[in-house]
Design a protein around this ligand. Structure first.
Ligand SMILES: NC(=O)c1ccc[n+]([C@@H]2O[C@H](COP(=O)([O-])OP(=O)(O)OC[C@H]3O[C@@H](n4cnc5c(N)ncnc54)[C@H](O)[C@@H]3O)[C@@H](O)[C@H]2O)c1
Length: 252
């Protein structure tokens, strides 16, 4: 039986690798894109998929068409590649603004536009990787929070415009997930432990936690779900008010 095909950006490491792993296990043909060619090849081999190395900023339409040419059709696009450039907002440089805009927003939009005719033909779906930072400002991360707010807004708009042609568009908003992007924090044991204890589920997320929700959103089980961005954060974003000191706060 022919496998359904999915183009996954930034699939060579971190959350992307976790998404590739879960989708591969569930029978998808994963076309693993990454700017790091070696990483794309390693993951593609592990999930019995196909590597599609390349920078998504560089001719995204051509990248998408290459995926279709390899797979014969396209059933899903997962816009996962994303970057963060740390700075306070007052000091964010124009170069960093342009870079984060190009990777996190512009390439996602151009790839999705290019995928649309193929997804209409297959009755396919898009999943975009946003962040809890879209709704909860991440200070010291420059333009990142704003870029992820745009990812979530794009998800909602595209779902409304593309729904009538049978294409669903959803998103996931990861919380704290241990990947290279966040390794500077998690390699310090005390910081790791402090953060772990701040999660209601008492663990830092793993890339496959995101992969499983992406797999659900691409599956028949989610056939009436579109325009949703699901927080996958171990409950972290529900804890804000409990952080306030109060004399009657129960212990434990
Ligand atoms: N790690 C977290 O805690 C966290 C939380 C919320 C959201 N996210 C989001 O999840 C996504 C994946 O993040 P991650 O933590 O796995 O990061 P990561 O840095 O571990 O992995 C990102 C991958 O994308 C690739 N990539 C970067 N720019 C690219 C480009 N221009 N073209 C093609 N590939 C490119 C990188 O080579 C890398 O393999 C991002 O969109 C990120 O914003 C991560």
């Amino acid at each position: 039986m022919n496998r359904k095909s999915v183009l996954l950006t930034g699939g060579g490491s971190g959350i992307g690798e976790g998404i590739a792993q879960v989708l591969g296990e569930r029978g998808w043909h994963v076309l693993v894109n990454d700017v790091n060619a070696e990483a794309a090849q390693k993951v593609a081999k592990a999930v019995k998929g196909t590597a599609l190395p390349g920078d998504i900023r560089n001719q995204p339409k051509a990248l998408l068409e290459q995926a279709v040419a390899i797979a014969g059709s396209l059933h899903a696009l997962v816009n996962n590649a994303g970057i963060i450039r740390r700075s306070n907002l007052s000091e964010t440089t124009e170069a960093d603004l342009d870079l984060v805009y190009d990777v996190n927003i512009k390439s996602m939009i151009l790839l999705s536009q290019a995928a649309l005719p193929h997804l209409k033909a297959s009755g396919g779906a898009v999943v975009n990787v946003s962040s809890i930072a879209a709704k909860h400002s991440q200070t010291g991360a420059g333009f990142y929070s704003m870029s992820k707010a745009a990812v979530s807004a794009f998800t909602r708009l595209a779902s409304a415009e593309w729904g009538p042609s049978g294409v669903r568009v959803n998103g996931v908003a990861p919380g704290l997930i241990r990947t290279a992007m966040a390794e500077a924090v998690y390699s310090v044991p005390e910081l790791f432990e402090k953060r772990r204890m701040m999660m209601p589920l008492r663990r830092i997320g793993a890339p496959v936690d995101i992969g499983r929700v992406v797999a659900f959103l691409l599956s028949e089980d989610a056939s009436y779900v579109t325009g949703q961005v699901i927080d996958v954060d171990g409950g972290f974003t529900q804890t804000l008010i409990s952080l306030l000191p109060h004399p009657e706060t129960p212990k434990g």
